[in-house]
Structure formats: structure tokens, C-alpha cells
Design a protein around this ligand. Structure first.
Ligand SMILES: Nc1ncnc2c1ncn2[C@@H]1O[C@H](COP(=O)(O)OP(=O)(O)O)[C@@H](O)[C@H]1O
Ligand SMILES: N[C@@H](CCC(=O)OP(=O)(O)O)C(=O)O
Length: 370
């Protein structure tokens, strides 16, 4: 048996979970869970992004006649999400696997503090061998704060958890050179090395009233994910053993090669904003960062300049005022002012809460040219 600690994000479209019918297809979801259980026991860190809440809600309420408003969709999502999560929970319980529900919106990912909170929760679940099951928080999200489709949501989740691969499972074999629903001669494209305007142009909308976005949102998602170093595959959700086969390297569907180094891509994303402040550090912390490639602990902080929130990017500078690195802080400026110079084990007692023992984690830091 293989043993790995690779992180995989797997997105199931409504089309896969319903198998084209107006309700969740439990035997098919059971089959998905069986594959997940196998990979879970092989050591994979697994994340599900699940669609299907609106379809489940519509079915549960017996296909009610509702006005075509956003509020109607939100009503269906609110009812259906609990059906959906209960179904996943019951099926995973057969294998004694725990799941944890996370409902996100774009605002939870774009705001740096909420980004860190969501990331900490996801890592805590994964570290405890609990499978996060994620959907968009449709019941409350307004158009302005929505991602809008789960293809793009799953790409953002893949960046959040620093996934190795993202699988977008759908009702087609992969990306075709034109929509196979309209062109029976359409050919499958097995590999995309670069997402060009031509690739964008051949990806059409959803073929059904249940799906959101069709191939077009899958291509945008693949673009976002592969630019952050996450290999992405669009594959058929109803193919036997598809998830386990993909994880084990079998060529299925359309594979999108990574377009940038994982760390580089993630850092571009993290460090797009200008620095919100400066942290002056002592010689010990300077050695820890530059020589030992370690995180910055509160104990090494001498001075905090500027006002910033948790998650914002600040400069890290020496006592002499030389900028040596940029990093996203785990604590806001008020908190850092209280814990600077203190041992990490005192954080809880000093603040009354804690977000871990580092001020800036190594993974959230870039060293500036010396
Ligand atoms: N070039 C293409 N290749 C494959 N499918 C395409 C293409 N262009 C449009 N589509 C449509 O995209 C649909 C899948 O997207 P969607 O309905 O949103 O499914 P899901 O619920 O899995 O997200 C397919 O059923 C197909 O009709
Ligand atoms: N969040 C919505 C699904 C949105 C969506 O992207 O749907 P799909 O194209 O089927 O993946 C739901 O749970 O119904």
C-alpha cells in the first residue's frame, strides 16, 4: 500500500452528485466515499468541495414553485446544505471517518485576517485526520461577496491548503475541443500545458440548468490553481475508481500543468499588498530567519511600528533599520506590542487567546535580497 501525505482537493459538481437526476444520488456518493476512505487510509490529506445544496433543497421541498429571485436560491441552499452535509456525514461514518463543514465566501478568502483564520481551521482539521467538506455560503452570500461557482472556490481552497493537486469532477470525460453536448464529434484534450485564449474560447457554459458555469469556470479555476503551483485535472465523476486512479497517477480526463512554482505563486498572492508596518527584531531573531530559516517568534521582537491587523504584510527589519524580509503577521499590532520580547508560552496568559506560538510563520515570509 502506498503511503503519502499529499494534499488533494476534490470538487464534485451538482452533475456528478445527482448523476443528472433532480436529487442527490446516494449510491454514487457512497462510491465516492469508498474511494476517499481508501486514500484516507493511505495517508492522503483530503478536502472535498461539494456542490449540490440547491439541488438537494429543491428535492427536499418537493420542487416548490418559487419566484426566480436570489432569496429563493438562498432558501433552497439553506435547506439543501443541511441535507447535503448530513448525507456526507452519514456516508463517511460507515468508514469511521469524521468530516467538518466549512462554508466560505470570497470575503473569507480575500480578507487577510479571515484568510488566515480559514487556513488555520483547515490545517487543524487535516492535522487531526478530519476531512473538510466545503461549499459556498450561498444562504447568506450576496453577489458582491460571492465566488459564484464552486470551480473557482475549489481553486482558492487549493491555494489555502497548499494542495498538491485539484480534481474537478464533472459529467464529461474532461475538456473537449467543443461542447460534446452540441458536437458529437468533439475530441477530448488530454493535456493542457498553457491556458491560452483558444482554450478559453472552446470552454462553454453549463449544459444543464443544475450546473453553474460549465467548462468556462473550470478553465478559470485551473488557471488560478496552476498559477499557484497546483496541478489541476478535469475528470469524469462517474468513472469507476476515478479519484483513486488520479491520485495514483493514472492518466484520466484533462490535466493542466502547473504554470509557476508552488511557493512562488502563493507568495505572489500573499505579498500583492504593500507593507502595513515594520517589526524591528534582535540579532538572535535575525540569525533565526536568515541563517536557520526559522519563523519569527515574539521573543525576538524589539519594536512594532504602524497599526495593522492579523494577516497583513509587514516589513521585518534589523535594529539598524535594514529591511531583511516581508511577512504576513499572525497577530495584530496591538497584540504584538503586548507579547514582544515574551516567550511564546506566555502568549495565552498575556492576550487571553492565542493563534499559535509564532509572530510570523516561515511559510508566510519572503527574504529580501541581501
Ligand atoms: N469544451 C467543452 N468540453 C466539455 N464540456 C463542455 C465544454 N463546453 C461546455 N461544456 C459543458 O460543461 C458542462 C459541465 O459543467 P457544469 O454543468 O457546470 O457541471 P458541474 O456541475 O460538474 O460543474 C458539460 O456538461 C458540458 O455541456
Ligand atoms: N454552491 C452551489 C453550487 C454552485 C456550483 O458551482 O455548482 P456546480 O457547477 O454544479 O459545481 C450549491 O451547492 O448548490
Amino acid at each position: 500500500m502506498q503511503n503519502t501525505n499529499k494534499t488533494l482537493v476534490v470538487k464534485f459538481g451538482t452533475s456528478t452528485l445527482t448523476q443528472g437526476s433532480p436529487k442527490l444520488n446516494y449510491p454514487h456518493m457512497m462510491e465516492i466515499v469508498r474511494q476517499f476512505a481508501r486514500l484516507h487510509h493511505e495517508g492522503y490529506r483530503l478536502v472535498i468541495v461539494t456542490s449540490g445544496a440547491i439541488a438537494a433543497g429543491r428535492h427536499y421541498l418537493n420542487h416548490p414553485q418559487l419566484p426566480p429571485t436570489i432569496a429563493s436560491k438562498q432558501l433552497l441552499a439553506a435547506v439543501g446544505q443541511s441535507q447535503l452535509i448530513r448525507t456526507w456525514e452519514k456516508l463517511f461514518a460507515i468508514y469511521d471517518i469524521h468530516i467538518g463543514q466549512i462554508l466560505l465566501t470570497r470575503a473569507d478568502i480575500e480578507d487577510r485576517e479571515r484568510f488566515l483564520n480559514a487556513r488555520d481551521t483547515l490545517h487543524a482539521l487535516l492535522d487531526n485526520r478530519i476531512i473538510p467538506v466545503i461549499n459556498e455560503n450561498d444562504a447568506v452570500a450576496t453577489a458582491e461577496i460571492k465566488v459564484g461557482d464552486n470551480d473557482n472556490l475549489s481553486a482558492l481552497v487549493a491555494i489555502l491548503v497548499q494542495a498538491d493537486q485539484l480534481y474537478l469532477l464533472t459529467d464529461q470525460q474532461g475538456l473537449f475541443d467543443s461542447d460534446p453536448r452540441h458536437n458529437p464529434q468533439a475530441k477530448l484534450i488530454p493535456c493542457v500545458d498553457k491556458i491560452t485564449d483558444h482554450i478559453r474560447a472552446i470552454a462553454g457554459g453549463s449544459g444543464t440548468s443544475l450546473g453553474t458555469g460549465g467548462m468556462s469556470t473550470k478553465i478559470t479555476a485551473a488557471d488560478v490553481a496552476t498559477r499557484s503551483g497546483v496541478e489541476t485535472v478535469i475528470a469524469p465523476g462517474n468513472r469507476e475508481n476515478v479519484i483513486a486512479d488520479l491520485a495514483h497517477g493514472v492518466a484520466v480526463g484533462t490535466r493542466f500543468s502547473v504554470q509557476s512554482d508552488r511557493l512562488e505563486g502563493r507568495k505572489q498572492w500573499l505579498f500583492a499588498a504593500p507593507a502595513a508596518g515594520t517589526i524591528l527584531i534582535d540579532q538572535g531573531a535575525q540569525d533565526a530567519i536568515l541563517v536557520q530559516h526559522r519563523s519569527l517568534l515574539p521573543a525576538g521582537i524589539l519594536q512594532v511600528e504602524g497599526r495593522f491587523s492579523r494577516g497583513e504584510v509587514v516589513k521585518i527589519a534589523t535594529q539598524q533599520g535594514k529591511d531583511i524580509a516581508l511577512g504576513a503577521v499572525r497577530y495584530n499590532s496591538d497584540a504584538l506590542n503586548m507579547i514582544k520580547g515574551h516567550q511564546s508560552q506566555d502568549i495565552q496568559a498575556t492576550l487571553g487567546y492565542e493563534y499559535g506560538n509564532v509572530a510570523i510563520h516561515r511559510d508566510d515570509m519572503i527574504i529580501l535580497n541581501k
